[in-house]
Design a protein around this ligand. Structure first.
Ligand code: ADE
Length: 348
């Protein structure tokens, strides 16, 4: 009978041959770079992350540089990558870490910083500081579920994977092993069409033996996303449009956007009025419907009803409202949804 850790013995030799050369994998590992990459890689594929990572590191090459930055600039470099709370937490954590003399070296201490959950703390501690701790993300959970036939719904599989993972770590090589598991999940043991013929673990894999590896782990139940309907006035003064920084407790917090407010009970006019009053505009100008923009997020389906109008009276820029020309948008933190709305507003 082979123990679980024996089943994973071929993993490290495979990783030595097959690992991708990625910009955050330079040796010796720079903890700051490992951290930035792990935060960007949460819920986001390597191909998408790479150009963002390179631009980010060029602008903020060190923890000190990031800590000294303005949040707006951090969000601008994150624009389009999604899950913007990651960027705000990264920035806050850089400031906290710097105050404490640098990034803590253990997963337990890292977890005290903003944005560090179990995954990020363990990834940075093992990859950058050599701590013997396991990591479990979606890829790792799937690999373990298949090789070890972990049963249950996705939440139970995740818990079971965290429980078994410490027993699998080879002595002194946790970081490499963790990264190898993630790489196997990304390159070979994919959710669909896993390439079992090329897999170093296929001999001992329970899911492969079952004849239907894709059946592990059990599929997520389809979630129904709540639909959010917003009304958004695009107010122009010449070729500049009025933007508002989204509130801290709102979706896309801290990002610049067209003013908007939820449409309640079908009352679009009321929503437009509320959107403008948040900018200090109490008289709604004449507005014309300009189309609808839709964006599906992980947990929400957002529909924006866009309107266009003109502002004749001046309105001064402040902390949370400003006028922007299309060239200015590049240097602001805006979501992909806001970018789509702005494109439509300027094309009208
Ligand atoms: N996904 C998240 N972190 C990763 C890493 N270090 N290597 C490969 N895929 C990853």
């Amino acid at each position: 009978m082979r123990t679980p850790s024996m089943l994973f013995a071929p993993l490290l030799p495979w990783f030595a041959r097959a690992r991708r050369s990625l910009p955050w994998r330079g040796e010796p590992r720079d903890p700051y770079r490992v951290w930035v990459s792990e935060v960007m890689l949460q819920q986001t594929r390597v191909e998408v992350v790479e150009p963002y990572y390179l631009r980010f590191l060029q602008r903020f090459p060190t923890l000190d540089a990031l800590a000294a930055a303005q949040e707006d600039e951090v969000l601008a470099l994150w624009s389009g990558l999604g899950y913007y709370a990651r960027a705000r937490n990264l920035h806050r954590a850089a400031r906290t870490a710097l105050d404490r003399g640098g990034l803590p070296r253990s997963a337990a201490d890292l977890r005290e910083l903003p944005g560090f959950g179990a995954y990020t703390a363990a990834a940075v501690a093992s990859l950058a500081f050599g701590e013997q701790v396991p990591v479990v993300d979606g890829n790792v959970a799937r690999v373990l579920a298949r090789v070890l036939r972990l049963q249950g719904d996705p939440v139970q599989v995740r818990e079971r994977a965290w429980r078994i993972a410490p027993d699998l770590l080879p002595a002194r090589r946790a970081g490499e092993f963790n990264e190898a598991l993630m790489e196997l999940g990304a390159l070979i043991c994919a959710p669909r069409n896993p390439v079992c013929d090329a897999c170093p673990l296929s001999d001992g894999c329970a899911a492969r033996r079952s004849g239907n590896p894709e059946a592990f782990p059990a599929p997520k139940r389809r979630t129904v996303r709540p639909v959010l309907v917003w009304a958004a006035p695009a107010l122009f003064r010449g070729d500049a449009v009025l933007l508002r920084k989204r509130a801290d407790d709102d979706l896309f917090a801290g990002l610049w956007d067209l003013p908007s407010a939820p449409v309640v009970g079908g009352d679009v006019t009321g929503a437009l009025r509320r959107a403008l009053s948040r900018c200090g505009i109490t008289r709604t100008p004449r507005l014309k419907a300009a189309g609808e923009v839709r964006q599906i997020l992980t947990h929400r389906d957002v529909r924006v009803l866009l309107f266009r109008g003109q502002r004749r009276a001046p309105l001064r820029d402040g902390e949370t409202v400003r006028w922007a020309r299309s060239a200015d948008v590049e240097s602001l933190g805006v979501s992909s949804l806001a970018r789509k709305c702005l494109r439509l507003a300027w094309s009208g």
